[in-house]
Ligand binder design. Structure first.
Ligand SMILES: [Zn+2]
Length: 460
């Protein structure tokens, strides 16, 4: 989405925020304002070096809904903390960089791989890190569509041994700790903004195979997080979410951030009473969940989330075009009043669920050969296909075809003995087609990504 240029002028009062786009500039300024009196850090010269854009989680409310986010900031790529003393204890050196597959649902090539790295855990606390990682994954899989699709994921932990327990900025702004990833609260002057040293994170992520998503867990109970939603050119993952291990709302922040990184969803929140964000008058937004169109126009043009209009959404209410979204109060609409892309603790709305499933299948395969397709299968062989075990198993169809004709008796099976095919002379084509026919996907373009096939040459 292209931002209005006038927000750029607001930037001049904050020359150290060298932002890539004008809208983000305005948002970053706003975020600092949103932090409110008493929470902003003393202004000082910015740390040198390159910066990266992160999303700031919304302020933790004592009561009432917590906004999902409160804008973006350009933060240093480097972390904070005392330089780490040499890790001399043999146990610590041995543990550092150790990789564990915590959740195993198949090969890295066929599954979505989440890599969890802990920070602020000493060598003695690594068991707790593993428990914390499992607990956070449990929290993520409590939210749809993660619940239904959790078996499309592998979860890896990479042990990062920190010299000190806890992270910088916890409990107080001045508390500085020596940790493996340089995590720190009070990033960019915002207490709940939990930043990391991205190069250090990458050095650990690189030890696990092919990360698709990265979660950094800080050994802390303090509310906070950050979304680094720029895909990594170096390691190929879609983004980094930071979260406090001991704070449940912090996990909700991480889920919201995957809405951006995996679902490619826009924020559905907006800024009331904020100059520059009263009205959006630019072109149609790229993201699937915000639009300049009314519901009627969407339906007439058969575009955006028109397939869901009028349906009851898991976050409450019916899908329509609710005014406000993409940071603007008017001029942009969102599909429902309060999905997780606006309010933490809420589910994804129907268009959001569809976008997340599309994101899952960008990284996960629905049909993987369990028997090699590189050689001809003979009578003694069995053709096997590996399919994900989805929670709503009935939505997955598995159909077998011999020379293009369906073998109805094998429907739903994942293994077919060649002997039972009653083959005639010569080479034949055995194909299995697998499709996820979930009712949560209505876009035929996305549905096409939820199908797969495996083909073998068979002879008797
Ligand atoms: Zn967001």
């Amino acid at each position: 989405m292209r931002p209005p240029t006038r927000s750029a002028m607001r930037l001049s009062r904050h020359p150290h925020r060298r932002l890539g786009t004008a809208a983000l500039a305005g948002v970053a300024v706003l975020a600092a304002l949103a932090a409110g009196p008493g929470t902003a850090a003393a202004a000082g010269p910015p740390p040198p070096g390159p910066r990266v854009q992160v999303e700031i989680p919304g302020p933790e409310a004592a009561s009432g809904p917590t906004p999902a986010g409160s804008g973006h900031a350009l933060v240093p790529v480097t972390g904070q903390g005392r330089p780490a003393p040499h890790l001399s204890a043999p146990a610590a050196v041995a543990a550092d960089g150790h990789v564990t597959k915590v959740v195993d649902n198949g090969s890295t090539a066929d599954r979505l791989d989440i890599v969890v790295v802990g920070d602020g855990y000493t060598a003695d606390q690594l068991d707790r890190f593993h428990a914390d990682a499992k607990e956070k994954w449990g929290e993520i899989t409590g939210v749809e569509p993660y619940t239904t699709y959790q078996n499309l994921f592998n979860v890896w932990t990479v042990d990062a041994v920190s010299p000190e327990s806890g992270v910088s900025g916890d409990p107080a702004q001045g508390d500085v700790k020596s940790t493996a990833l340089g995590s720190y609260f009070w990033c960019d002057g915002v207490e709940r903004l939990l930043c990391v040293d991205q190069d250090k994170v990458d050095s650990y992520v690189a030890k696990a195979p092919q990360a698709d998503l990265v979660v950094v867990l800080a050994n802390s109970a303090k509310y906070g997080g950050a979304g680094y939603n720029e895909p990594s050119a170096k390691l190929g993952y879609e983004g980094i979410s930071t979260a406090s291990a001991g704070n449940a709302k912090s996990g909700q922040v991480a889920i919201h951030e995957t809405g951006h990184s995996l679902g490619k969803l826009a924020d559905e929140y907006f800024y009331p009473d904020t100059p520059g964000y009263e009205h959006y008058s630019g072109p149609e937004a790229e993201q699937s969940n915000i639009s300049i169109l009314t519901a009627d126009r969407m339906a007439a043009d058969r575009t955006k989330w028109y397939r869901w209009l009028g349906e009851t959404s898991p976050d409450g209410g019916t899908v329509g075009a609710y005014e406000g979204g993409g940071y603007y109060v008017t001029g942009l609409s969102r599909p429902t009043d309060g999905s997780i892309m606006r309010i933490l603790g809420k589910p994804f709305n129907l268009p959001g669920v569809e976008a997340m499933i599309a994101g899952f299948y960008r990284h996960a395969s629905i049909a993987t050969p369990g028997t090699s397709t590189a050689r001809t299968l003979r009578s003694s062989d069995t053709a096997r296909v590996v399919v994900p075990r989805l929670a709503g198993a009935r939505q997955l169809t598995v159909r077998w075809y011999l020379d293009g004709r369906e073998l109805r008796r094998y429907e739903g099976r994942t293994a077919v003995p060649v002997r039972g095919l009653g083959l005639g002379r010569g080479a034949h084509d055995l194909t299995v087609r697998v499709a996820d026919r979930t009712a949560s996907v209505r876009d035929p373009g996305i549905a096409a990504g939820l199908r797969g096939a495996v083909r073998w040459e068979v002879r008797r």
